[in-house]
Design a protein around this ligand. Structure first.
Ligand code: NDP
Ligand code: ZN
Length: 185
């Protein structure tokens, strides 16, 4: 990895950690939000063997536009056009209702760039693992199941992109299904 790539990666960790500094994941334990984008980037690197710096940086920034006060201008100035475009590709349109956003993710998945598809795959892997191991506090089993079912529809549109990530999604989903099944019985 080149020096300026290491610099960009460190800058992205710093930017995301500042932007998410007051946020936690929705789980019952107090998990700092920044753990999630870092986990998504690590999943891309370790499981997906993704080494494109733009993809890894965009993974670290993937929830900043959607969930913090980060602006497109800030990302453009600090990380450039290509990374901004990728972050925008994985950002939901907040003008839409929650239900519409869910549908939009399913419908738009096949039309994303390869890099955006890889980030979305890693994001869904991390989220379904959280749904099994540290779910949002007040979610019923039915709601957790509904979330798993919805990710299957999104991931259907992301396949034939990165086989290792797709297989890891399938294994993680199967483990999450087993956890929910064991709680039910
Ligand atoms: P979301 O589905 O948007 O919440 C899940 C998102 O929260 C994830 O995609 C993830 O996004 C983030 N997240 C943060 N912490 C966790 C965690 N510990 N585990 C997993 N994900 C986490 O929930 P909404 O509240 O926005 O509801 C959306 C939909 O749910 C609506 O369409 C509604 O129809 C439905 N709903 C169903 C109910 C039911 O009981 N069945 C009740 C209410 C709503 P990120 O990667 O961006 O962090
Ligand atoms: Zn995410």
């Amino acid at each position: 990895m080149l020096d300026d790539e290491i610099g960009l990666l460190l800058k992205a960790v710093q930017f995301a950690s500042i932007k998410h500094r007051n946020q936690q994941r929705k789980s019952c334990e107090a998990i700092p939000y920044i753990n999630h984008p870092i986990e998504v980037a690590v999943t891309l690197w370790e499981v997906g063997k993704v080494c494109e710096i733009t993809t890894l940086v965009a993974a670290l920034l993937h929830d900043t536009l959607e969930d913090t006060d980060a602006t497109t201008n800030e990302i453009l100035e600090q990380f450039g056009e290509e990374i901004l475009y990728l972050v925008q590709e994985v950002t939901d349109d907040k003008n839409l209702s929650k239900q519409q956003r869910k549908l939009n993710q399913v419908e738009s998945a096949p039309h994303k760039s390869t890099a955006a598809k890889q980030i979305k795959l890693a994001d869904k892997i991390c989220n379904i693992n959280d749904i099994a191991t540290s779910p949002p506090c007040n979610w019923s089993i039915e709601r957790r199941q509904e979330y798993l079912d919805w990710t299957l529809k999104v991931v259907a549109g992301l396949r034939k992109t990165n086989l290792a990530l797709e297989k890891h999604y399938d294994v993680t989903l199967s483990k999450a299904q087993t956890v929910l099944h064991s709680i039910r019985s």
